[in-house]
Write a protein that binds this ligand. Sequence first.
Ligand code: AVJ
Length: 299
Amino acid sequence: MTFLEDVVAGLSLPQKALPPKYFYDAIGSKLFEKICRLPEYYLTRAELSLTKANLSSIARFAGKGCELLEYGSGEGLKTRLLIRALRPKAYLPVDISPSALEHAARRLSREFPWLRILPVCGDFSRPLDLPAAKAARVAYFPGSTIGNLTPEEAHGFLSRSRAHARRMLIGTDLRKDANLLHAAYNDSRGVTAAFNLNLLARINRELGGDFDLRRFAHYAFYNPLAGRIEMHLVARDAHLVNIGHYRFSFDRGESIHTENSYKYSIPEFERLALSAGFEAPECWTDSRGWFALFGLVAA
Ligand code: AVJ
């Protein structure tokens, strides 16, 4: 599916929707980096602090000298900590953005000249074509990116991943006070709103759309029953939008669902891992118990 095909399919649904993977063009990736530094967005700092505090036991779990496969290109501090502690035989960053991939690979090769880097351009939601492994492979999936998948999709992803790596390290945001979650996706500076709206701007730039961004409002809320944040873009009035030869109509108050961000309890995630064919996982959390890193071993 191309970007245009995904957009047309998504905007043709009764509940209009767009896949969150398209947030990350150059502008969106910059906005996401800004989100990670927001005071309300605790996720990045919580994961970094738990990684620092448990680095040696995380490295012991992964096994020194393994091959490290990372979903989402690891330019981050966490990845560099892990590489330093693990001394992997090879590092395989997987990313949908060729530019992000190249940037991360170049930077890491400067910092770790001894490291064999094998970038893989691809989308983790689909089966990957990977070079043959020369050592035990460990998959690293940080940042609660798994939260973008429904639990059913996460189950499929975890089951499929066993073919690539018997061990996995998965970062997941945990269930917590809805007010804290709400603030993290409704920051006072409006960066999350700009990140969400950039999806429409990207459609305008790349697909010749005529979305008027002033006619849409960022809307994010926590659904405690489903355990997820939902992000939407809500039409402020009834109007039409053209994208190439396609035309879509919006009612006043109609929304485009742009992202789910699932939050798990520790037992919920453990059950998911067991049902996907892994042993009872190891679990590291930050001091407040807001974010977890799970260590999974294929059963
Ligand atoms: C990168 C998917 C983990 O869900 O928190 C941040 C993306 N969306 N603010 C998340 C995001 C709104 C983020 N993930």
